[in-house]
Design a protein around this ligand. Structure first.
Ligand code: PGA
Length: 252
């Protein structure tokens, strides 16, 4: 099973800066043996990037999609539109969407269903706040987030899902979960997938870690048995650090 290293640019980089970064990433990429590389730039750049970087081993992801299909939803872009623009992946349920844009469990589930229906591969995020971890309710919350988001997904469709565990207290804070904390939660998620689906889904679903993942801690985190790569924010905004993370995945 191949690792994934995915860069989430969030609302960063103007068009020309994004092209510069994509140029540097695609030029610097080694021949990949065990890693899929995904970049999630801001949505306005996706169609152009998909045409411009078609020849390269970088998949393009959106950072979210509409919970609706086509129709009178001003400002929304559908999963099908993304697919028709050459986008292959979509991040759904990122904590910033859940917390700042009020995405409920129901909205996250609708988005997952829209994405699967449009043949996009979903990077499904889950994660707990510091408060939840301190009250030792993190396993329960992660289980609830994932079970609900995947309620309408069957075992066959799980091939289109990758999970990203991103503790909210580690996102953009410089504080990383320890390798043990990451492994403990990833193992738990895998066990839950076995309970909800079957052993094959449990063993073949990739589970990424996200939250202040950077070149200095990637080798240890990617080296954990149930960690299959990372969803990277800050360190994805510089080609050199992003490429170091790809190298750490290749070496893991
Ligand atoms: P970070 O963000 O690497 O900047 O902590 C990760 C994410 O939000 O996906």
């Amino acid at each position: 099973m191949r690792n994934i290293v995915a860069g989430n640019w969030k609302s960063n980089k103007l068009m020309n800066e994004g092209i510069e970064l994509m140029d540097a990433i695609t030029k610097g990429l080694p021949t990949l043996h065990k890693t899929e590389v995904i970049v999630a730039p801001p949505a306005p750049y996706l169609a152009q990037f998909s045409a411009q970087y078609k020849a390269h081993a970088v998949h393009l992801s959106a950072q979210q999609c509409s919970e609706h299909g086509h129709g009178a939803h001003t400002g929304e872009y559908t999963a099908e539109m993304l697919h028709s623009s050459g986008v292959t992946h979509v991040i759904i349920g990122h904590s910033e969407r859940r917390d700042r844009f009020g995405e409920s469990f129901e909205v996250v589930r609708s988005k997952v269903n829209q994405a699967i229906g449009a043949s996009l591969h979903v990077l499904l995020c889950c994660g707990e706040s510091l408060e939840v971890r301190e009250s030792e309710e993190h396993f329960e919350l992660i289980s609830k987030q994932l079970k609900d988001a995947l309620a309408d997904v069957d075992s066959a469709k799980m091939a289109n899902i990758t999970i990203a565990y991103e503790p909210v207290w580690a996102i953009g804070t410089g504080v990383t979960a320890s390798a043990d904390q990451a492994q403990e939660m990833h193992r738990f998620i895998r066990e839950q997938l076995g309970n909800w689906f079957n052993p094959q889904v449990a063993s073949t679903t990739r589970i990424l870690y996200g939250g202040s993942c950077k070149p200095s801690n990637a080798a240890e985190i990617f080296g954990q048995p149930d960690v299959n790569g990372g969803l990277i924010g800050g360190a994805a905004l510089e080609a050199s650090s992003f490429l170091s993370l790809v190298a750490a995945s290749e070496a893991s």
